[in-house]
Structure formats: C-alpha cells, structure tokens
Ligand binder design. Sequence first.
Ligand SMILES: [Fe+2]
Length: 454
Amino acid sequence: MWNSDNPYLNGNYAPWREEGDALDLEVEGEIPRGLRGALYRIGPNPHFKPRGRYHWFDGDGMVHGFILKDGRAAYRNRYVLTDGLRAEMQAGRALFGGLLEAATDLPAGAPPFKNAANTNIIGYANWLLALFEASLPHALEPLTLATVGLYNFGGKVSGPVTAHPKFDPVSGDLLFFGYQPFPPYLTWYRADRAGNLLDARPIDSGLAVMMHDFVATDNYAIFFVCPSVFRIENLAAGKPLMNWEPQHGTRIGVMSRRTGEVKWFAAEAFFIFHFLNAYEEHDTLTVDGCRMSALDMSGNSFGQPPFPWRWRLNLADGSVKSEQLEDYVGEFPRLDERRAGKPHRFGYLAARARSSKGFDETGFDCIAKRDFRTGKTEFLKLGGGRMPGEPVFVPRAGTVSEDDGWVMSVWYDPTGDSSELVIQEAGDFAGSPVARIKAPHRVPFGFHGNWVPD
Ligand SMILES: [Fe+2]
C-alpha cells in the first residue's frame, strides 16, 4: 500500500484501514454450540503513513472481534480511538513519532507520545480494555467496540499499566504492574474483578528497563529485569529509546504477595517478552516462558529468536537454574488459565521449526502444543504457507480438567491474501480443526487476544 521497504508495512503486516461488520461468516466444519462469546484480538494498524522510521510496536490499535453464538459467527473491527489518533485524524496525517524516532514538532497541547492501545485486549469490569504498556488502558464497549476513554481504576492508577495483566484464577482479582523510565521504575498493583484497586506498591528494581510481562503464583509475583534499558537521551540524538546493555545481567525479583518483600536472583543477560506460567513446589519456583539471548530494539529486527525455556528459582539458597526446553522457535505462549500460578501440564505456542533465517523474516508456520509432563510436542499445521497468530485456549464451560476446551487462532493465507479463525479441539491436536471461520478480509498480523464469554 504505502511505498515503503519496511517489512512491518508490507504483506500481512500492512494495516487494514477499513472498519466494518460482517454477519454469518462462511464456516468450514462446525462451530461448537458450547462456544458463546467473542474472541477479540488486537494489533498495530497505522491509520496514516508513518512520518518517520516505523516500528511494529508503534501502529494504532485495531480490534478484530469474532462473535460466536449458536454455531454462527460474525465479525467486527474497529480502531481504538485514542486522543493521539483523533488528533491525527483532525490533521489528516501522522503527527507522532515512535520507538525509533521522536517527533520534534508536535502541535501545542498534544501528548508527547501516542498511547497506541495496540497490544492486548481483555474483558474486565464489564468493559473491554485495550492495553498498551506505556500508558493507561482504553475502555471499549464490548458489543460495539466503541472507545469510551482511558481506564484508570476509579482514578487510583495514573501511571502505565502492563499489557499482560493476569487474572487470579481463584479470586478473579486482576494482578498487574506498570513500568516507567523514572522512579519508581516498577509498581505492583492488584484490583478486584469489579475494578476496585486493592493494592499498589512500588518495587525498587534498580534499573529502568522495558518489562513486557510478568508472572504470578498464589504467593508470589515474579519480575524479570532484563537489560533492555531506557535511554531517554537517545531520542534527542536520533537513536532508539531502548538500549541493550548486557553488562547488567538479568535480575529476577520475587515479591511476596503477602508482605511485599522482594528477594532478588541474578542471572545472565537475556530477554523475555512472554511467560507461559509459574508455580510453586516446596522451596522452588518454576517459571516457563520464551527466552531470547538478546534484544535489538534499534530497528525492525528483534535480533534473536525466542525459544521455550524453563527457570527454576530456589527460594532457600537463592540459586537460578535454567534450561532450554525446545529448539523450535516458539512465542505467544498461552495456558489453560484455570491453571495460572499452579502446576500446568500443557502450553500452546505459535511456532516454527528452527531455520537459519531471522525470526522476523519468516513468522510462524504452526501451533505447538507442548506436554510438559512427557516433553512431547504436537504441531498443528494448515499447510500452503499459512501462518498462525497467538493460540488462545478457551475452556469448555462446566469442565475443570486442563486441556478440556479449544485452541483458537487467527491464521493468514498468503496465497489467497485472506484470514480465518481456526478452532481446534485442544484434546485432539492431531485431528482436523473443528471449524475454520473465514474472515471477510485479511486480518493483519497482530499481538494478543482473549476470549470473552457471552
Ligand atoms: Fe505481549
């Protein structure tokens, strides 16, 4: 579309700029009757041609909703109407810079950067929240996807909120954190399911870093301080905001959710975008996630591919042991979230077999279901060069056992330049998908999504 050699503005990374609604989508197979609700997925989708060097993380958030009921499917997509996007729509052009290049000529009164609201979307306190880790979430109307405005937990949160909050599977509380480039670098929060803030606690992490995700168990919240360091001064010099500084190593903070006390662990430098889960066993915390040996935020290559990895933190002697679990590339790890913070058997990832090509050049070609008890992985491939996004596990209503449900993912078919929502029975990963729901147009590659029951 726009004349650019930036890979994140071409192919299926290019934005889809129309908003719309479609009823009675074409379905191959049968949508399980037990699925009543919607899968919402969000991603970056620049409305105007970026004015400077564009990073994938900069684009305006667009929500894609697949609404399922009585075996039928509908689709709706909308931009999140942020203040920044509204200002640009008024001007008729891009105004803001991004991670790689700051704008130096913003109009008077404009915020210093855009809250792009593009990273994750959850159902919370009767709203959808469109999350962006550098700022507050936006609340959206679940049915219309209309943007209501910034969501600040009844005025109790003013700083940034992670795009990866976790639900406590017992209490329903929302567990989250915020990070920022000035002290306190890190703040822990907990709110009840209705939006009431219950807990806010600064954590002295010692270094201003980009922290995309965290993980929690019944008794602990675990923060990985990887050395992707904020260098605000870089932006004025035309350099990227985030700098890889491996000399700091990675520090892992384990905070007691009861007392707030933090125990720190030291490890080698690495980066992690996403965790699968963590759980407690005696004195040991087991943490599963996807590890990159370094992170390059200086352009549109992330530098190193992510691999499934496991850490064991020994609370008694302060040691860290870690091991690579697989040599296939795996990202966007998801869990049956009824197991969040507790021992899990299964995890799902977007994956591809290891190759010599860079991570960002090839994308994913399958969904992996890893059995952490046996160490075996099953792969779901659709062939024809089709590429999946994040696999979201949706439990079958009324069941309790892990793995009893479906895995949903939006796939892209480069041959037809089209997208589909694929529903796989989680317990029959080798079988054919139970339903393939054809989207009315391609859905650009994006970030995260969640199922919100009716
Ligand atoms: Fe993420």
